[in-house]
Design a binder for this molecule. Structure first.
Ligand code: ADP
Length: 444
């Protein structure tokens, strides 16, 4: 506003001065024309309709510097030849001169032009002048108007600013209260009215975050409920058998050893469950970059099938291993979990006299591990869900075979950790085929 005031003041001053100069030039042109006529009466010309406090001073000066006629009548005039405006007029280059007039005792703006006076055929100078305070007075007179304009503008600005601020802060406050509700546990979708479209991308992003957190919370609480239930079942068995033994109800030696075996079996189940839960938790919590190393895949594969040999033999299964790679770049611990879980499942969910084919292929770009069985198969509707924690198609069968319901969740997370994918092809009653593809073999 201040800058606007100063700029406006300077502009008004500039234009007032320009107008004054134009007036001086126009007046000098008119009077010069008259003064150049034959029989021109110079003393008459200087006093033409020119009076009042802002009257022009008009003078005629001869080439010697004597004032021949002047609108300001005094007895004595000193020689005016040395006056800068007279000099500039005589040199044919008229200029505006602002200076103090000794004669009038005021600041004046002068403009002078030379012409030939018909009466004497000599060079005369016509000089016109006006009080230069007229310029500053012009500016001063504009100040009240300027102040009014400035004040109106300032008010308008403050008003619109206030309104704009209110309009832009209001939806943010509204958003804050909605976020507070979410933060204190009440999930809701964030909304914003149509007039605040600018906020829409932020709202969408926040909604996505809130939904993810909500989904995560749901998964977490489901996981805890499932885990508690899974741990509770073997505990109930264990405490039941222990009670039988404690109360001396089992006298038969065989019964006691049977009971001991049951307790050991249930303890094993708990152990497996806790071990799988810890594996999953570490898969989720360890930093994303895992150590890559040279893994002797063939050796690893045979050592796994060796440990599972007995379980396979019990069900009269044929296990074929086709390993076309000796060494791959991967992480042995994760790879071992992936292979063990897939092969264990292929045994557990197979049919008697069934077959398991394990194939490992490697090229420069990827490693493909394939575990195919001739088992019970998985229905289409279950094929995605079986990778969820604790999801089982047939709960009884899984539990009976010592399954924790976490095996494929561990497979999925481990494969993801290695940057790969796991795919399932299955036909109910015919068998399942799990394919794990791990990305390119970077050298280490
Ligand atoms: P579990 O400990 O129950 O085996 P998993 O996570 O390893 O848990 O598997 C989840 C479920 O997927 C199993 O309960 C089973 O119903 C099904 N499943 C897994 N592998 C196979 C397979 N090879 N053939 C048929 N069903 C399978």
């Amino acid at each position: 506003m201040l800058l606007f005031g100063i700029a406006a003041g300077l502009l008004i001053q500039y234009y007032s001065e320009k107008m004054l100069k134009d007036d001086l030039v126009r007046l000098s042109d008119v009077i010069k024309d008259e003064a150049q006529r034959e029989n021109a009466d110079l003393s008459n010309l200087v006093s033409f309709e020119n009076s009042g406090s802002k009257a022009f001073r008009i003078s005629f000066i001869d080439s010697q510097g004597n004032i021949v006629a002047d609108s300001f009548k005094t007895e004595e005039f000193e020689n005016h030849l040395d006056r800068p405006e007279v000099q500039s007029a005589l040199s044919g280059n008229p200029e505006f001169v602002k200076r103090y007039s000794e004669t009038l005792g005021k600041d004046l703006m002068y403009y002078a032009v030379a012409f030939t006076f018909a009466g004497t055929q000599e060079a005369y100078v016509l000089r016109v002048a006006i009080e230069s305070s007229a310029v500053s007075e012009g500016t001063l007179s504009a100040i009240p108007l300027l102040l009014v304009i400035t004040a109106v503008l300032a008010f308008a600005l403050i008003f619109t600013n206030h309104k704009y601020n209110n309009a832009s802060v209001q939806p943010l406050l509204e958003l804050k209260s909605q976020l507070h509700t979410i933060n204190t546990g009440g999930f809701q979708k964030l909304t914003v009215d149509k007039s605040n479209r600018d906020l829409l991308p932020i709202i969408n992003e926040l909604n996505e975050i809130a939904e993810n957190i909500n989904a995560l919370n749901k998964v977490r609480s489901e996981f805890f409920a499932n885990a508690s239930h899974e741990l509770n079942t073997p505990l109930t068995y264990i405490s039941g058998y222990a009670e039988l033994m404690e109360e001396g109800l089992l006298t038969d030696k065989d019964k006691i050893s049977e009971c001991g075996a049951k307790i050991r079996e249930q303890s094993m189940r708990m152990e497996n469950l806790i071990s799988d839960m810890l594996k999953l938790s570490s898969l989720e919590n360890t930093p994303s970059d895992i150590a890559m190393e040279e893994v002797k895949i063939k050796e690893l594969l045979y050592s796994i099938t060796d440990t599972l040999k007995l379980a396979a033999a019990e069900r009269k299964l044929t296990v074929n291993v086709y390993c076309y790679a000796e060494v791959i770049i991967s992480n042995e611990k994760l790879l071992k979990d992936i292979l063990t879980n897939l092969i264990q499942n292929a045994i557990k969910y197979n049919k008697e006299n069934g077959r398991i084919d394990i194939t490992v292929r490697k090229n420069k770009k990827r490693v493909e591990i394939n575990v195919a069985d001739t088992g019970i198969g998985i229905a289409d509707g279950d094929s995605l869900r079986i990778f969820e924690r604790f999801y089982r198609v047939d709960k009884g069968r899984s539990r009976q075979s010592g399954g924790t319901g976490l095996g494929l969740a561990i497979v999925k997370h481990s494969v993801q950790r290695l940057g790969g994918t796991v795919k399932l092809e299955s036909r109910i009653g015919e068998g399942s085929n799990f394919t794990v593809t791990l990305p390119e073999q970077k050298t280490i």
